[in-house]
Design a protein around this ligand. Structure first.
Ligand code: 16G
Length: 253
């Protein structure tokens, strides 16, 4: 759809008597047009001039609306090219069932992938040994992966598992295969439940770089203690998820 015709579909004239500021009304109008699918990801939106003609407001008012939408990641601009609709593919993790990253992403019709950032064996700290109910000297396999959905970075996950449960785990292709699948298939570890803690946080500079964030945008720090049918903790995972792409939903009854 050409820029001008989208401007034509942006709806009725603005309500100049309304207590809602004009820029906020324009913002809402554009947001609705994006949500309804009339403007799709990576499509160029009408220029500031077209929008100011369409709404009969100053370009400054239009810019205020566009700035707010850009800040909230509905739009992005390319210098010299214009302003475009951002790809806000949001991934939701329902919190009722224990699922793996691979399952969560496949369920959304997207392609999961991983990059191995680090794989090593460490000696458990006192604190970590306590989480597993083991002696402090126990060895732990630590696997850190960047998790991607449709090739876009979504999370950094550092998983810890007592070495004795998973001999040879570091020799597996942990970038290509689901960890939960490997644990079940190759080690007979059936994970039945987890306790998960979620915190809003600011990413470190390193995390911003790995997640491809263009600034200190909020992230979700998630810790998961996953256990088997006997209640033994098998996995302690610490993850950093992009807050703009990952939502957690809870069904309340
Ligand atoms: C999820 C889990 C993580 C687990 C991973 C296995 C959260 C916060 N974390 O990402 O604990 O290790 O799934 O995924 O949900 P995989 O089987 O695809 O490797």
């Amino acid at each position: 759809m050409a820029g001008q015709s989208i401007a034509d579909t942006l709806g009725a004239p603005l309500d100049r008597e309304s207590p809602t500021p004009i820029f906020a009304q324009i913002r809402a109008r554009l947001e609705d047009t994006i949500s309804s699918g009339d403007l799709v990801a990576h499509q160029r939106i009408p220029s500031e001039r077209q929008l100011s003609d369409r709404f009969r407001v100053s370009r400054m008012t239009v810019r205020q609306a566009l700035d707010a939408l850009t800040r909230d990641r509905f739009l992005y601009s390319l210098p010299g090219k214009g302003t475009f609709v951002a790809d806000r593919k949001i991934i939701e993790q329902p919190l009722q069932h224990l699922t793996s990253f691979t399952q969560d992403i496949l369920a959304r019709g997207m392609r999961p992938s991983s990059r191995l950032l680090e794989g090593r064996i460490v000696q458990a700290s006192f604190e970590m040994a306590r989480l597993f109910g083991l002696a402090p000297t126990v060895e732990i396999v630590q696997v850190t992966r960047l998790r991607l959905a449709d090739d876009e970075p979504l999370a950094i996950e550092a998983v810890h598992i007592p070495s004795a449960l998973v001999p040879g785990l570091l020799d597996r292709d942990l970038a290509a295969e689901s960890l939960y699948l490997i644990l079940g298939r190759d080690y007979g570890l059936a994970l039945v439940g987890a306790r998960q803690t979620i915190e809003a946080a600011e990413p470190t500079v390193e995390e911003q770089r790995i997640l491809g964030l263009d600034g200190p945008r909020p992230v979700l720090r998630i810790s998961r203690l996953t256990h088997d049918a006997n209640g033994h903790v098998v996995e302690y995972a610490r993850s950093v998820y992009r807050g703009d792409r990952y939502h957690l939903t809870v069904e309340l009854r």
